[in-house]
Design a protein. Structure first.
Length: 323
């Protein structure tokens, strides 16, 4: 089934119509978004939860010309699966998103610790499913992307400021993407973290290949880290492993050269030391200075839980994620 959606159409109604008319779980659902501004459900989620393979893409093939925007956050609806702009439920099997923007327009009005600012653009809440994103832009502030299962992001743009890529994934691969830490709308000198991995036990977790990590000025005293720990991973825990890999990525000088943080020892990290396949690890990292010059990363500066892979180990990891 194919649906062409104009900017004045309701995606919620389209999803409802699909749910009422899908006859076979194997039938692919194809949604074509016209150019322009598409609106989600204000302070609510758009929810798709069918086993039917789903493809949503823009007609133009250009994410700058087609956007889905609305506001939702933890202050409005508790729990991850309820506070995104677009949520995919546990019954989903295969979802492909191509060449449009998803933006959660929530603006922070309180401290992050008060648990109201989490505001996903997308929540892929299906541990048994696969998500494929290409040419997409994902915009929010805190918790922009949440993924479970297996996902791939290619040629995408992702922006936020606190744990803005996270989830209980098996494997989430980001290839040739721009990962951008934005300024805090509440003012300067607040720390920022790109990732908080809660990956499944022994799985590769979040893997970044040939990605650019860029950042805005967050103030003289604001540190920006690639990753921080949630703090409760253990050898026998089902998930919450701190598994993040950087392969041949370029990182702005605005990021702290330690890359990772256990927040002064206040959060346990597991595995306590990265390896080729799990934990905090990197290979071929380069830093970009204020003038755009590129230099090799000094691995001696890496936080104590981090690990530098050999080329053979890097190749092993790439083989593992492509199986």
């Amino acid at each position: 089934m194919t649906y062409t959606v104009n900017s004045n159409d309701s995606l919620a109604e389209i999803f409802s119509r699909i749910e009422g008319s899908a006859t076979s779980a194997s039938e692919e659902i194809h949604i074509l978004l016209s150019n322009g501004e598409h609106h989600g459900l204000e302070h609510e989620r758009l929810f798709y939860n069918l086993p039917n393979p789903l493809v949503i893409e823009s007609v133009s093939g250009d994410s700058s010309k087609c956007a889905l925007r609305s506001e939702n956050c933890e202050a409005f609806h508790k729990d991850t699966e309820n506070r995104a702009v677009l949520t995919f439920g546990e019954k989903c099997t295969s979802v492909s998103l191509k060449n449009f923007t998803i933006e959660n327009t929530h603006v922070k009005t309180c401290d992050d610790a008060s648990l109201g600012n989490q505001a996903e653009a997308i929540c892929f809440h299906c541990q048994g499913g696969r998500l494929n994103c290409e040419g997409m832009s994902f915009i929010s502030r805190q918790d922009t992307i949440h993924v479970k299962g297996i996902s791939r992001f290619k040629n995408c743009y992702v922006t936020g400021d606190v744990d803005f890529i996270w989830g209980y994934c098996d494997t989430a691969v980001f290839e040739n993407c721009v990962i951008h830490t934005r300024a805090d709308n509440r003012g300067s000198d607040r720390p920022a973290y790109v990732l908080q991995s809660r990956a499944l036990n022994g799985k590769p977790g979040f893997v970044f290949i040939n990605c650019d990590f860029t950042a805005e000025d967050r103030g003289e005293n604001a540190k920006i880290f690639i990753g921080r720990s949630q703090g409760t991973g253990k050898p026998d825990s089902v998930d919450r492993w701190d598994s993040i890999a950087l392969i041949d990525c370029k990182i702005s000088h605005r990021y702290d050269k330690s890359l990772w943080t256990d927040e002064d020892g206040t959060r346990a990290v597991y595995p306590e030391k990265g390896t080729a396949l799990v934990g905090w690890r990197q290979f071929g990292t380069k830093f970009v200075d204020e003038k755009g010059g590129v230099s090799a990363y000094d691995e001696r500066l890496q936080e104590r839980h981090g690990y530098t892979m050999s080329e053979n180990e890097k190749n092993l990891l790439i083989l593992c994620i492509n199986e």
